[in-house]
Design a protein. Structure first.
Length: 159
């Protein structure tokens, strides 16, 4: 969105539900603020009933800055809570997230278990890498040739 607003002179209005949907971080907020001041771009915040633009009243700009700060706090707090939850899950012996390649999440037990369909691939990866003949790049190429697969992600998230 920032790229389009910066390059397309005809694009001057951004409709957004509320402040925290407009910015991912403070850097984005500053970039949009610069576009507002220098290019005359307007941000229409639907739920807040506010338009932020070059000619906005000081009170509207002030309230917008407060909303930006609240949105930043919300994101930072959410990040802390997610990390805390993942740490607690790990301390209880559960894998905190989506199972890595070669494993699968069992929704019934809420445990991670070996994925029989992909276990042989993991075994082969360790065999090839353990031979000392492959880097990660050549290992990937060898697996592609062996499995006749169209793609293998470098992180092995998908296969």
């Amino acid at each position: 969105m920032l790229k389009v607003l910066g390059s397309d002179r005809g694009c001057r209005v951004v409709l957004v539900k509320k402040t925290d949907r407009l910015y991912r971080n403070r850097t984005d907020a500053l970039a949009v603020e610069e576009l507002i001041e220098k290019r005359g771009v307007e941000g229409h915040l639907i739920k807040e009933g506010r338009i932020i633009g070059k000619d906005s009243r000081s009170q509207d700009k002030f309230m917008h800055d407060i909303h930006v700060a609240v949105a930043k706090h919300y994101v930072e707090n959410l990040k802390e809570e997610v990390k805390k939850g993942m740490r607690e899950k790990a301390e209880q012996g559960f894998y905190p997230g989506r199972a890595p390649f070669g494993y699968r999440n069992n929704p019934a037990t809420r445990l991670v278990e070996i994925d029989p369909a992909k276990a042989s691939v993991i075994t082969r990866i360790f065999e090839l890498y353990g031979s000392g003949e492959h880097s990660l790049t050549t290992l990937r190429k060898a697996l592609l040739a062996e499995t006749k697969s169209r793609s293998i992600a470098r992180t092995l998230r998908t296969f």
